[in-house]
Design a protein around this ligand. Structure first.
Ligand SMILES: Nc1ncnc2c1ncn2[C@@H]1O[C@H](COP(=O)(O)OP(=O)(O)OP(=O)(O)O)[C@@H](O)[C@H]1O
Length: 332
């Protein structure tokens, strides 16, 4: 895939986001994460609940300050102290769509005012009529219509509310959108519609997406490349096709084995990989490797030395001692 030759829009370098966690010290929600996103691509980010996907997205867009590391947008660090006007410029380029279309829209505002918020902040409409027309156009872009403009969020279904959230994000004509589990709260029948809408908008407007999700099958459908997060780290990153066909990390293999396939015959014959223990929490991370049953090293090496982040094959990155013999040797 030509992705590797494309121009970088975003570079995330050694990003860490720690939260204070009482007497226990710090909670390492994001712990040294690095990746690039190329212009016009969709990078999927998957992993179990609590692994740090949302915190990564929120830190990139500056909803949180980074504890350490850099986020370069077109080569400029978004976390550097900037003037108000520079920050405003960034805010226009990067937008976010949230998981819960019920909670993320102000119930007291009309759809028109919700969508026009960014238009107002950035002074994009010269007159009220211009403002209205922009809102009507955006409603039509996301598959709603102008009659919806004066209604309130509670009058809409989940899928329609997510469309309103998308229209709100598009109102300032961004280049980059972080979609934080935009379909998780929706009925399965509606999920594909929202994903298809996002893909159409990407094609029409040249958008770049960071698409955060639980659902691995939908992520494959929308993403050019996919990163797998585990306990605040990205453990594997490659093209969507390669990740699903030849996953290297035992954690990715386990996540993929949990996706049911429609063919009952095939489903019965598949090996389902069971991960040891509960979903790990960064507040109390497991001391040994959770993948030891899959790993010939079968030792606590992961707890002692973090596996190196390396390109195991061209464009296919992984952090696992299965592919880091040097670290294993040092431990022996
Ligand atoms: N504002 C915060 N203050 C303290 N801890 C937080 C905060 N936000 C997230 N966390 C913690 O950071 C860790 C990562 O959370 P995050 O929401 O990023 O995970 P996630 O992978 O997006 O999970 P989910 O899919 O459940 O949203 C969790 O342990 C969470 O409890």
């Amino acid at each position: 895939m030509a992705v590797v030759e494309r121009e970088k829009l975003l570079e995330v370098k050694n990003l860490r986001k720690y939260f204070p966690a009482g007497k226990k010290g710090v909670l390492k929600a994001v712990d040294d994460v690095s990746f690039d996103i190329y212009k016009g691509e969709t990078l999927g980010l998957v992993g179990e609940s609590g692994c740090g996907k949302s915190t990564t997205g929120r830190t990139i867009i500056r909803l949180y300050d980074a504890t350490e590391g850099e986020v370069l947008y077109e080569g400029v660090d978004v976390h550097d102290k900037k003037s108000r006007s520079e920050l405003k410029k960034f805010n226009r380029k990067m937008q976010m769509i949230f998981q819960d279309p019920y909670a993320s829209l102000n119930p007291r505002m009309t759809v028109k005012d919700i969508i026009a918020e960014g238009i107002d902040i950035h002074g994009l409409a010269k007159t009220n009529k211009d403002r209205d027309n922009r809102v009507y156009e955006l409603l039509e872009t996301v598959g709603l219509n102008r009659e919806h403009a004066n209604r309130y969020p509670h009058e809409f279904s989940g899928g329609q509310r997510q469309r309103i959230g998308i229209a709100r994000a598009l109102a300032v004509d961004p280049d980059f959108i972080i979609a934080d589990e935009p379909i998780s709260a929706l009925d399965v029948s509606i999920q594909a519609q929202v994903v298809n809408l996002m893909m159409e908008l990407q094609k029409e407007r040249g958008l770049t997406y960071l698409f955060i999700a639980h659902d691995l099958s939908m992520v494959k459908h929308i993403s050019d490349r996919v990163g797998v997060m585990y306990l605040g780290n990205i453990v594997e990153l490659t093209t969507s096709d390669e990740l699903y066909e030849e996953p290297l990390h035992p954690y990715t293999q386990a996540l993929l084995s949990a996706i049911p396939v429609p063919d009952p015959e095939l489903e019965r014959s598949r090996e389902r990989i069971i991960l040891e223990g509960d979903v790990p929490s960064p507040i109390n991370p497991p001391s040994g490797c959770r993948f030891r049953t899959r790993c010939p090293h079968a030792m606590d090496v992961c707890a002692a030395v973090k596996p190196k982040w390396q390109e195991a094959r061209e464009g296919h990155w992984v952090a696992c001692h299965l592919y880091d013999e040097e670290a294993v040797k040092q431990q022996n």
